[in-house]
Design a protein around this ligand. Structure first.
Ligand SMILES: *[C@@H]1O[C@H](CO)[C@@H](O)[C@H](O)[C@H]1NC(C)=O
Ligand SMILES: [Zn+2]
Length: 341
């Protein structure tokens, strides 16, 4: 025990002194404090100045933002659907009026709409085929404390679709690399995790563009899928994502696991049990929303995965099943799709 602890400390301090630490070394750390100690990552140090500030709403105003990105936005801007931003970045819509009946913008947050009104936009991905499948999705990573959980997923040979937040990828690049190396599928979950429909065109573009770029720079793959935080999207946001080559992925079932801190784990356990009991009766599979956001959500996932694997004999799988180390994900041969696609 003593030597293991000393070994851990030695690893942490050596690595801090030598920025050459790789994801395999980082993956061996199991103590949460050591896991969440920031480290240098050489490739990002070259690039970070050209990114927006992490955890702030992204835009193109920073002094390091490069001309090519501004030019791309300027080229897209005239064609961005003319839908005004609504509410606040925290999801406060006080005083906002919207015609839910007509739902002109296919605003998911108010109506659950996943079939865009705007001509030419593909439907959102919300379900998996075949029946008895569980589209396994984990949002809000990479979380620095995920090593034990990722070890567990490996031990049961379980792959997921990971919706990574750009700012988390910058904070925890080796943890992001591990996600791909373990065979998971990587998708984007915006730069700062705010309500997207509240953002200006420029902010929405920057949130998506730089999340895709950070994942490409750090992990090496070109993501082709994204999930809006809180599901908050409409045809303006979908259009911008589509121009950046990213398909919108929503979900059919929600564990509400992020909320365990407020409602208690028993409530979330009941949600899992309900999905496990009802989803197998449907003719099509699921896409289930869960999170790697903290130790509690990861524990809940571990608690139910054995039963999920046993029950969902159609497959417990990432959204596209195409996650391979060193390859970009492709949504061309989807295992999961909207039933109307
Ligand atoms: C990661 O997980 C830890 C442990 O549960 C939690 O304290 C922390 O807030 C999480 N970090 C992020 C960025 O979500
Ligand atoms: Zn999220």
């Amino acid at each position: 025990m003593l030597s293991a602890t000393l070994g851990l400390l030695a690893l942490a301090s050596t690595s801090l002194a030598h920025p050459g630490r790789d994801w395999q070394e980082q993956a061996k750390i199991k103590d949460a404090t050591a896991e969440c100690t920031y480290y240098d990552f050489e490739p990002l140090q070259q690039l970070i100045g050209s990114y927006p500030s992490i955890w702030d709403v992204a835009d193109l105003q920073g002094s390091g933002i490069t001309e090519d990105v501004k030019a791309l936005f300027a080229q897209l801007q005239p064609n961005i659907p003319k839908i005004a931003p609504r509410g606040t970045i925290n999801g406060d819509w006080t005083g906002v009026s919207y015609d839910n009946g007509a739902d002109p913008d296919c605003w998911w947050t108010n109506t659950g709409c996943t079939t865009p009104k705007l001509e030419g936009l593909p439907v959102d991905i919300t379900e998996c085929n075949p029946a008895l499948s569980w589209g396994f999705t984990l949002d809000d990573g990479p979380n620095c404390t995920h090593n034990e959980y990722y070890d567990y997923l490996e031990s049961i040979n379980q792959k997921a679709t990971l919706f990574y937040i750009g700012s988390n990828v910058v904070d925890w690049p080796l943890e992001a690399q591990r996600g791909l190396a373990d065979g998971h599928e990587i998708c984007a979950h915006t730069w700062s995790h705010n309500y997207m429909t509240a953002l200006t065109d420029e902010q929405a573009f920057a949130e998506l563009y730089y999340t895709k770029k950070a994942i490409k720079d750090v992990v090496g793959v070109t993501v082709q899928c994204w999930r809006p935080p809180f599901g908050d999207t409409d045809d303006r946001i979908r259009w911008i994502a589509e121009q950046l080559g990213m398909r919108t992925v929503i979900w059919s079932d929600d564990t509400d696991d992020w909320n365990w801190v407020n409602v208690g784990k028993a409530t979330i356990e009941a949600n899992y049990k309900d999905i496990i009991a009802t989803a197998p009766k449907r003719p099509q599979g699921t896409i289930v929303l869960s999170h790697e956001i903290n130790a509690g959500t990861m524990e809940l996932s571990e608690e139910f995965l054995p039963q999920i694997q046993k029950t969902f004999t159609g497959g417990v799988m990432p959204v596209s099943r195409l996650a391979h180390f060193g390859r970009s994900v492709s949504l061309t041969s989807l295992a999961c799709r909207s039933p109307s696609a």
